[in-house]
Ligand binder design. Structure first.
Ligand SMILES: Cc1cc2nc3c(=O)[nH]c(=O)nc-3n(C[C@H](O)[C@H](O)[C@H](O)COP(=O)(O)OP(=O)(O)OC[C@H]3O[C@@H](n4cnc5c(N)ncnc54)[C@H](O)[C@@H]3O)c2cc1C
Length: 408
């Protein structure tokens, strides 16, 4: 009998995402684990592991971050990194799924997480092109102008600022031909590779140990400690273990509410000719699948979308070519100008939940083991929420919103 893997094994992404060629994305890591006991072991050196480590490092506490790949080289390097408080499931729809009060809290928490993340980047002086940009949420086949107005009412009642942009204003200011849009603040964009690497370099300076090329293959959790086994057969003990393994989540938390789908993204050539407003906004649409787009500091247009509810479609080279072309044609039509040649195109696995909310918290029946998973279009924002919830749990307090995201 073959033993099930501890964490799901995936390729995560196909081809070359744009950020892989950025400077400042490498992080010094060791090839061997130095000790046999740590206060906390974090499995995964992507944006979730980096933010969880950032929330936990402090003098006198030992933290090990271990990854089977190079740090930063999982899904985080493939992200289009639109950092939004707007959750994939509109607030008024989420209210019907989980109740008004809980839905409002999830959205409010998401807005706070974006602000907190901005604060962390600023205070640690991480150079990752993080820039505040309002989001324009365009009407589409899921929500028309009337649906968007209902959504604005729900957001305003929850204390979340949003403004309706009508068809005429949308055409005049942005040259976009849709029946309406929601304009909202509290969003940003960044280089996800530099953001993750910057955080990891910071925690390493604070004493965290970063090890790469080692897979965690087995785990046993006891009342007072967790024992982990590595590919090399080494055993490590920890007071707490946090699985930040992204879409290669712990097999034991596989969940009906969460599925892995396929997504595609492209980047245009640098310095394309584009209207001024485009650099100051991020865009997405109320459609399924939806397009999402933004520019970067080199004047490239980065666009994602064409998601398919199939966990392996992203591995097809033929599909990558056709999806990239579809995305380019759709975005050129939407913006009203030809975005030119595609410089980068990539495909990746992507997590999706029915509520659009992530799953974060202690793993049932496994004392001292935490897991963060289920990150969709707001993965980076949710990684920040995960860091706050997990750090509170490990530090012996309970985050007031923990129950919104917990397993079970
Ligand atoms: C194309 C694309 C576009 C996206 N766009 C956005 C966006 O615009 N905005 C946004 O907020 N989010 C976006 N996301 C989502 C966001 O990028 C993810 O939520 C986030 O990167 C996940 O980070 P992570 O650290 O959880 O996972 P990862 O970055 O994948 O890191 C997990 C790490 O765990 C390691 N690992 C797994 N199993 C083991 C094991 N057993 N032992 C040791 N190591 C292990 C892996 O090697 C990996 O490096 C996008 C994602 C994709 C793919």
């Amino acid at each position: 009998m073959t033993k099930a893997k501890l964490t799901k094994e995936r390729d995560l992404r196909d081809s070359r995402p744009l950020w892989i060629d950025s400077p400042r994305i490498s992080v010094r890591s060791k090839r061997n684990i130095a000790h046999s006991r740590y206060d906390t072991v974090i499995v995964g050196a992507g944006i979730s592991g980096a933010l969880v480590a950032q929330a936990l490092v402090k003098p006198g506490k030992s933290v090990l971050i271990v990854d089977k790949r190079e740090p930063v080289h999982g899904s985080s390097i493939a992200s289009t990194a639109m950092i939004q408080h707007e959750i994939d499931v509109p607030l008024h729809k989420l209210q019907t799924m989980i109740g008004e009060e809980r839905a409002n809290r999830a959205w409010q928490r998401s807005a706070k997480a974006v602000l907190k993340l901005e604060d962390i980047v600023r205070s640690l002086d991480i150079s990752c092109s993080m820039q505040r940009k309002p989001a324009l949420y365009l009407s589409g086949d899921e929500l028309g102008a009337r649906g968007l107005k209902t959504e604005i009412e729900a957001r305003k009642k929850a204390g979340i600022e949003a403004r309706f942009v009508d068809k005429a204003e949308l055409k005049e200011l942005y040259g976009i031909d849709r029946t309406g849009a929601i304009l909202s603040d509290i969003s940003a964009s960044a280089n996800p590779g530099q953001l993750t690497a910057g955080l990891l370099r910071h925690v390493a300076k604070q004493g965290a140990e970063i090890v790469s090329g080692i897979e965690i293959t087995d785990m046993k959790s006891f009342d007072t400690e967790v024992v982990l086994a590595t590919t090399e057969g080494k055993l490590i003990c920890a007071d707490n273990v946090v699985f930040c393994t992204g879409y290669e989540f712990l097999e034991t938390v596989a969940n009906k509410k969460h599925e892995i789908i396929s997504t595609w993204a492209i980047a245009s050539k640098a310095g394309i000719s584009r209207p001024d407003w485009l650099d100051k906004h991020i865009l997405w649409e109320a459609s399924d699948p939806y397009l999402y787009l933004r520019t970067d500091h080199d004047g490239r247009l980065i666009v994602g979308g064409e998601d398919e509810y199939n966990p392996s479609a992203y591995q097809s080279e033929k599909k990558l070519r056709s999806k990239a072309k579809t995305i380019r044609d759709k975005v050129s039509k939407l913006l009203g100008f030809d975005i030119g040649k595609i410089d980068y195109r990539w495909a990746a696995a992507f997590g999706s939940t029915t509520t659009g909310l992530p799953l974060i918290g202690p793993v049932l029946d496994m004392p001292n083991v935490y897991c963060v998973m289920g990150f969709g279009g707001n993965g980076i924002t949710f990684s920040q929420i995960a860091a706050e919830i997990v750090a509170a749990g490990i530090n012996g307090t309970k985050d007031p919103d923990a129950e919104l995201f917990e397993f079970g």
